[in-house]
Design a protein around this ligand. Structure first.
Ligand SMILES: C[S@@+](CC[C@H](N)C(=O)[O-])C[C@H]1O[C@@H](n2cnc3c(N)ncnc32)[C@H](O)[C@@H]1O
Length: 223
């Protein structure tokens, strides 16, 4: 895992964007961006994952905690640039910008900010928000769900991609155990218990082999 907490050169590569006051404590625990070798081995078809979660052309979307852009690049392409990408780590955003440039895709804005304050940075209601491989580390998960609900259209969707609640020693990639500590992993049921009070109803749980699932929630507000 790379260390996420080096904020040197905080604005580098994060053009346009609102830079929240940052400190290392703001990073969610156990959410450093994995190294690309095993991440690509684990996720050989990121576009297929996005499609299986119901993301489709015509949507305006948010990749929350986008990291180095591994999912952001195909996502932005899928929705023809109608995407926002947010991460607290400017070095990650810089890498993500490179990934999108290589893929020939673009986003509406790069946002360098704490996910907990995302509503301050999203200027329009969204169809879909995705958080992948990060929610397990969020200290107040219902509060984050509530913050996501605030930026969605009525009936908008929120997908959480999580590691299955399996012992870490079983989830090997390239012959090494990977992912968050076993005790941080959430079952779909425990995820539902914290996200629904934030203003959502669980729509579907999609298995994402070998080690993940995607839980897709729908905003429970009016509409
Ligand atoms: C494990 S990476 C996942 C990246 C990407 N979603 C993926 O699945 O490839 C988690 C990302 O969350 C970011 N992050 C951690 N705490 C954050 C916070 N409070 N606000 C915004 N981003 C945060 C980290 O900088 C890191 O890039």
């Amino acid at each position: 895992m790379r260390e996420p907490n080096n904020n040197a050169g905080a604005t580098a590569g994060a053009s346009s964007d609102t830079l929240s006051s940052m400190n290392d404590d703001a990073f969610f625990p156990a959410t450093a961006m994995p190294d690309r070798d095993w991440w690509a081995a684990l996720w050989p078809d990121p576009l297929g994952v996005l499609r299986s979660l119901g993301l489709s052309p015509g949507m305006t979307v948010l990749d929350l905690c986008c990291g180095d852009g591994y999912f952001t690049a195909p996502l932005a392409k899928l929705v023809d640039g109608q995407a926002y990408a947010l991460d607290l780590n400017p070095a990650m955003l810089k890498q993500a910008q490179g990934a999108l440039a290589n893929a020939g895709s673009a986003v509406k804005a790069w946002i360098c900010a704490d996910a907990r304050y995302l509503a301050e940075h999203i200027p329009e209601p969204l169809d879909y928000a995705l958080i992948a491989n990060t929610f397990h580390g969020v200290p107040d998960q219902t509060a984050l769900a509530r913050a996501v609900a605030a930026v969605l259209k009525p009936q908008g969707r929120f997908a959480v991609v999580n590691w299955h609640r399996r012992p870490r020693e079983e989830t090997t990639v390239l012959n090494t155990p990977r992912g968050p500590r076993t005790d941080m992993r959430m079952s779909p049921e425990s995820l539902r218990a914290v996200v629904e009070p934030g203003g959502f109803i669980l729509d579907a749980v999609i298995d994402l082999p070998p080690y993940h699932y995607g839980a897709v929630f729908r905003a429970a507000g009016t509409g």
